[in-house]
Write a protein of this length. Structure first.
Length: 93
């Protein structure tokens, strides 16, 4: 598993490079130190990525799905493959 070590700027540089070269749309973070590694990423790297306009600074949706797919998209669409596995009481909402 590749590791990025360095200043917030160095980490942001490498993440930007991966996105630009591979068109990936996310990362799985595995901090070397627990639990401070996540805090360090959020407190140090996220602001750097936001300053570079690579991460949002706010969200308009009220659910995670709305933040991914847009306002009003807070439920699975009927055409989504997972929709058929929902219980009937959830399909109508």
């Amino acid at each position: 598993m590749p590791k990025i070590i360095g200043s917030p700027s160095t980490v942001a540089d490498e993440l930007e490079k991966w996105v630009d070269e591979t068109d990936c749309d996310g990362f799985n973070l595995v901090p070397v130190t627990q639990p401070s590694g996540f805090n360090d990423f959020v407190d140090l790297v996220v602001p750097e990525l936001q300053k570079r306009k690579r991460m949002r600074t706010s969200y308009t949706g009220t659910t995670l799905r709305e933040n991914y797919f847009g306002d009003g998209e807070n439920r699975l669409r009927p055409g989504h493959p997972a929709h058929s596995s929902l219980p009937d009481w959830k399909k109508d909402k």
